[in-house]
Write a protein that binds this ligand. Structure first.
Ligand SMILES: [Zn+2]
Length: 586
C-alpha cells in the first residue's frame, strides 16, 4: 500500500460524518449539542461517551478515549491509520482498492510445493551445467565458495521465455499450478517464465521446503529489468514472517541465542561463509513484527544490521511496536556507510568490531524520533521530549524506563519527577478514570495541571479571549506536556482569532493530547465572568512556573560551586522580583 495523499485524507474525513460512523457501532442519543452513548472502549452502564457533531470529535469521560473519525475506526477495527482511511473510503464509495486473496485446498498446496522443488532442481542443474558458466564466474568474483552456493542451493535460470514452464508442463504441472506457485506468468500469448537469465536464490520455509525464489540479474545484463525480483505472494509463500536463510541458520541461532538480521541475500551468504551462521535477511521488505515473532521464539537477542537509512525507517515504523513486545532484546547495528556485510565479511576483524557495539533499540528509536527537532527551539524541544517519552513508555520493564528517564532528564533539563509523572499520566490516560488519574499525581502538580487545562479550554471556546491573552502565554509555562503540545500546535489559530480546524489538527497530536483535546472540547467553562477567571488562572500558572524555575536554579547553585554562581544568583533574583510583582497584581 502506497502513501495516501493528504487531499484524499481530508476528503475522506469530510465525507464520513462521525455521528454516522459511530452509530454503526454505538447507539447514540441526542443530548444537547452533542450525542451520547455507551462507550465501546470500556464497560459501563451509564453512557459517558460523547460525540460532538460540529467539531467531529468524540470523547469518553469514563476511560479518556478521544479523537476523530480516523482514530475511532483505528481503535474499533484495530487497524493502522492507512487501513482506517481505506475502510472509510470504502464506506462512502471513494476510490476503493481491493486486494486479491486466495484460499486453496491442501492437495493444491502440495502440488505447489512440488512444483517449486522441481523448479529449484532445474535451476541448480542449470547453474552447474555448461550454460551456467557466466553466472558461476560472477559468483566466484564476488568471493562465494562452491560449498556455500551448494548449501543454499543457488541456481541460474535460462534467458529464453518459457524453458522452465515447458519443462514443468512435461512433468505434469498445469499452467494454473505454475502461475499459482509464482514460477510462470500469464501473458497475452500464453504462460512464460518469471525468472529469465537470473541467478536464483531459492527461499525455504522452516521445514526446508522451497516455497519461492529470488532472482538477481547478472551484472551488465538487461538494464531495464529490476536488479532483484522475488516471487509474488502465493498460497504457500507469505512474505510477512519468512526470512531468507532462517532454515539454514536455525540451529546456530538457537545455540548462540542470538540472531543477526541483514538486508540482502548475498549478505547472508557472505556472513555464513565467513562463519557467522546465525544471520538471516528479510525478503526485500521492511522488518516486521511478524519477523520479530518468528525470531523471538528461538532467540532472546535480535541484532538488526542495516545501513543507517533502512535502520532508521524500520525504527520509525516498527520501533515502538517491537519494544513493547519485550520478549527479546533488540539491538541495532549501524553499518559503516557504503559497505554491506558482504564487503565486511572479507574483512572479518572489522565486522566483528561492528557487531560487538550494538545499540539498544530504545536508544536508537529515541535518537531517530528526536533527530528532526531543533532542541534549541523551546516548542520543538517539548515535542522532541514527548516523542522520546513515547518510546520510554513502550518499554515493558520499569528498570529500563528509569534508566531512560535519568538520561532524558539530564539531556532536556526537566526534573526526573516531572518526567515520571508525565510517563505515568500518558500510560494510564486512556485506561483510567480522570479522578483516579489526578489523585495519583501529587496534589500540587495535579492542581496545576487542572488550571492549565482550564486555560486551554477557555482558549478553545472563546476565540476573542484567546486572541487577547495569547501574547501573555508562553508554552514553557505549561507543566503538562499534553497541554503544551496542544497549545503550541494551536497558537497560530489563537493569535489570529480564527476557529481551529480541530478534526484536522488532531492527526498531528500524540495519543494523550488527542484525548485531552477532545475532552476539553466537550466540557463547559464554569465561570460567570470568563475574562476574570482566565486572568486568575493565568497569574497562578505564571507563578507556578516562576517558582519551578527558581527551584531549578537553586538546585543548580548547590551543585555548582564555581564560576557561574553570580549569573545564577542574578537570575534567581530577577525571577523572584517577577513573582512578587505578580502576586501584587492579584
Ligand atoms: Zn470509555
Amino acid at each position: 500500500m502506497g502513501i495516501i495523499r493528504e487531499s484524499d485524507i481530508n476528503e475522506i474525513r469530510e465525507r464520513n460524518d462521525l455521528v454516522e460512523v459511530v452509530s454503526d457501532y454505538v447507539k447514540l442519543k441526542k443530548a444537547g449539542r452533542s450525542f451520547r452513548g455507551l462507550c465501546p472502549f470500556h464497560k459501563e452502564k451509564t453512557p459517558s461517551f460523547f460525540v460532538d457533531p460540529l467539531k467531529q470529535l468524540y470523547h469518553c469521560f469514563g476511560c479518556g478515549e478521544g479523537g476523530n473519525v480516523f482514530t475511532f475506526v483505528m481503535k474499533m477495527e484495530r487497524v493502522e491509520f492507512p487501513e482506517a482511511v481505506k475502510l472509510l473510503a470504502e464506506r462512502v464509495g471513494y476510490e476503493i482498492k481491493y486486494e486479491k486473496g486466495e484460499s486453496r485446498d491442501k492437495s493444491f498446496r502440495e502440488r505447489l510445493f512440488s512444483a517449486c522443488e522441481e523448479a529449484a532442481k532445474f535451476y541448480e542443474n542449470y547453474l552447474w551445467g555448461s550454460e551456467g558458466e557466466k553466472a558461476r564466474e560472477y559468483l566466484e568474483r564476488r568471493g562465494f565458495s562452491k560449498e556455500i552456493l551448494k548449501e543454499f542451493r543457488l541456481g541460474f535460470s535460462p534467458s529464453q521465455w518459457s524453458t522452465i514452464t515447458n519443462y514443468l508442463y512435461k512433468k505434469g504441472f498445469t499452467s494454473e499450478e505454475l502461475a499459482s506457485a509464482g514460477i510462470s506468468i500469464q501473458g497475452e500469448k500464453g504462460f512464460y517464465d518469471r525468472f529469465r537469465g537470473r541467478i536464483i536464490f531459492p527461499i525455504f520455509d522452516l521445514k526446508g521446503r522451497v516455497v519461492a525464489f529470488g532472482g538477481r540479474i547478472l551484472e551488465g545484463e538487461d538494464k531495464d529489468e529490476p536488479k532483484y525480483l522475488n516471487s509474488s505472494e502465493t498460497p504457500i509463500f507469505k512474505k510477512g514472517s519468512l526470512l531468507y536463510g532462517l532454515y539454514q541458520a536455525k540451529r546456530e541461532i538457537v545455540s548462540e541465542d542470538e540472531v543477526i538480521v541483514v538486508e540482502g541475500y548475498t549478505d547472508v551468504l557472505a556472513l555464513h561463509q565467513g562463519g557467522i551462521k546465525n544471520s538471516v535477511a528479510t525478503l526485500g521488505t521492511a522488518f516486521t513484527i511478524e519477523h520479530f515473532h518468528a525470531l523471538s521464539r528461538i532467540s532472546s537477542k535480535v541484532l538488526l544490521a542495516f545501513d543507517a537509512d533502512t535502520a532508521g525507517k524500520t525504527a520509525a515504523q516498527r520501533g515502538i511496536e517491537l519494544l513493547s513486545e519485550g520478549r527479546s532484546e533488540i539491538y541495532v547495528i549501524r553499518l559503516p556507510s557504503g559497505k554491506d556485510p558482504a564487503d565486511l565479511a572479507r574483512e572479518k576483524e572489522e565486522l566483528l568490531k561492528v557487531f560487538s557495539q550494538p545499540e539498544p533499540l530504545a536508544q536508537f528509536c529515541i535518537e531517530e524520533k528526536i533527530k528532526g527537532y531543533s532542541l534549541e527551539n523551546r516548542v520543538e524541544r517539548v515535542k522532541a521530549l514527548q516523542e522520546a517519552l513515547s518510546v520510554v513508555r513502550s518499554l515493558p520493564s520499569y528498570l529500563a524506563q528509569e534508566e531512560y528517564i535519568r538520561l532524558l532528564s539530564e539531556r532536556f533539563n526537566f526534573s526526573e519527577e516531572a518526567l515520571r509523572l508525565e510517563l505515568k499520566r500518558g500510560k494510564r490516560y486512556n485506561k483510567q478514570k480522570l479522578e483516579e488519574r489526578v489523585e495519583e499525581l501529587e496534589p500540587q502538580i495535579a492542581a496545576e495541571y487542572k488550571r492549565e487545562e482550564e486555560l486551554l479550554k477557555i482558549f478553545l471556546k472563546e476565540a476573542d479571549l484567546a486572541k487577547k491573552f495569547v501574547k501573555d502565554v508562553q508554552d514553557e509555562y505549561f507543566q503538562s506536556l499534553a497541554v503544551r503540545e496542544i497549545f503550541s500546535c494551536l497558537s497560530p489559530y489563537f493569535e489570529s482569532g480564527k476557529e481551529p480546524n480541530l478534526a484536522e489538527e488532531m492527526d498531528k497530536l500524540s495519543e494523550e493530547s488527542k484525548s485531552l483535546l477532545s475532552r476539553l472540547m466537550l466540557e463547559e467553562v464554569n465561570a460567570d465572568n470568563k475574562k476574570v477567571y482566565l486572568n486568575e488562572i493565568l497569574v497562578k500558572i505564571k507563578e507556578y512556573f516562576l517558582k519551578e524555575e527558581i527551584t531549578k536554579l537553586k538546585k543548580k547553585l548547590s551543585e555548582n560551586s564555581s564560576t557561574v554562581n553570580d549569573e545564577i544568583f542574578e537570575e534567581i533574583y530577577r525571577l523572584e522580583v517577577l513573582r512578587r510583582s505578580l502576586m501584587q497584581e492579584v
